[in-house]
Design a protein around this ligand. Structure first.
Ligand code: NAP
Length: 344
């Protein structure tokens, strides 16, 4: 059984990673179609050792496509995902357009796989925000053991989370600083090279940013609405890999050793936690990896049942493309999707 899969946003950071991961994991494809805007029509992207010609989204007919992985931003998704879903093609959407819709499941396969069955309501499944995906992978097994009451998280998010323009801006600004050239600020609100910016996405009335709000809303939707969470989201001059300093308060006692043992066994998690120089993960080492890495696990003696830890993952993989492909795999494993075209 194999499926016709379309990738919308195939020329972008996440779209390219999507193509790599579909190929690496041997997802059963009968055909892969690369789609983007008319700007990229006719350009080429790689899928394994094959080259795909990019086609324009607005000229493509989805009626014989089984799965569409959307990775072209919220506005494109709002316009296209419902139309594509109505054509009987299941949409896995990377944007925030449908994440909070009651009729659209928001899925991290290690966390809430059973919620996927809801997808038939709109034929859309949402992929979470990159900073939430890695967080809930680590929180879920700890919540099952000791019930999380409250989480305080500060993120250190790489520029690739802001698309290819974000990566270009870090590169060109860094070069400009070294050659004493003028440093232009376009994509971010302040210079990102040799700086950190405590602002991701738009400001809300309460002073939090939308990125911070997303972490709260998505953790509640996927893990448990009773969990209280507060976040500070910060952009840092790192190309790939989001890091998070996380403080967790539990209902029940849990030691650092217990947490380490639980996380070692948990799906999608890898513990790298030696209390010595270099005995922890950094975003550079997480780039290109599938795991959510957990380091610096320690008890917080300032609260009852408290732990602090450091969580790092490749935002283009677990934070976006890998999770989307895992959702597609879950659809296939559970027999929730059948190819429209039977193999000859
Ligand atoms: N980066 C992350 O860590 C991350 C994590 C989770 C979710 N996401 C989400 O994934 C999406 C893409 O992110 P990205 O980092 O890959 O961005 P990106 O590198 O800027 O790529 C954007 C992609 O969207 C395509 N696109 C733009 N407008 C389009 C249109 N009107 N019709 C068809 N395609 C269009 C672009 O095609 P052209 O080449 O033709 O312009 C390009 O392929 C966003 O929704 C983002 O929020 C990203």
């Amino acid at each position: 059984m194999s499926f016709k899969v379309a990738i919308v946003g195939a020329t972008g950071n996440v779209g390219r990673e999507m193509l790599n991961i579909l190929e690496e994991r041997g997802f059963p494809v009968s055909e892969v179609v690369a789609l983007a805007s008319r700007r990229s029509q006719g350009t080429e992207v790689s899928f394994g050792d094959r080259t795909l010609k990019v086609r324009a989204l607005d000229q493509y007919d989805f009626s014989d496509t089984d799965i569409c992985i959307m990775s072209a931003g919220g506005n494109v998704s709002k316009e296209w995902s419902p139309k594509i879903g109505k054509q009987g093609c299941v949409v896995i959407d990377n944007s925030s357009a449908f994440r909070y819709d009651q009729d659209v499941p928001l899925i991290v396969p290690e966390v809430n796989p059973d919620a996927i069955s809801l997808f038939t309501r709109k034929n859309i499944i949402a992929n979470p925000n990159c900073s939430t995906a890695q967080l809930v992978v680590a929180l879920k097994p700890l919540h099952d053991f000791a019930t999380i009451k409250r989480v305080v998280v500060a993120t250190y998010q790489s520029v690739s989370g802001a698309g290819k323009e974000g990566m270009d801006e870090l590169f060109t600004q860094t070069r400009a600083v070294f050659v004493a050239d003028q440093v232009d600020v376009k994509k971010f609100t302040k210079r990102i090279a040799f700086n950190v910016i405590p602002h991701i996405d738009v400001f809300l009335d309460d002073g939090f940013t939308k990125e911070e709000w997303k972490m709260v809303a998505e953790t509640k939707k996927m893990l448990d609405p009773k969990i209280k969470l507060t976040a500070t989201c910060v952009r840092v001059p790192v190309f790939i890999g989001h890091s998070e300093a996380v403080n967790i308060e539990f209902e029940k006692p849990i030691t650092a050793d217990e947490a380490r043992d639980i996380l070692r066994e948990a799906p999608g998690c890898q513990v790298l936690d030696k209390r010595e120089d270099g005995g922890y993960i950094t975003p550079l080492e997480s780039a290109g990896e599938d795991a959510t890495f957990i380091s610096r696990i320690r008890e917080d003696s300032t609260i009852d049942n408290g732990l602090s830890m450091w969580i790092v993952s490749d935002n283009l993989r677990k934070g976006a493309a890998l999770n989307a492909v895992q959702i597609a795999e879950l659809l296939v494993e559970r027999g929730l999707i059948q190819p429209k075209k039977k193999a000859a």
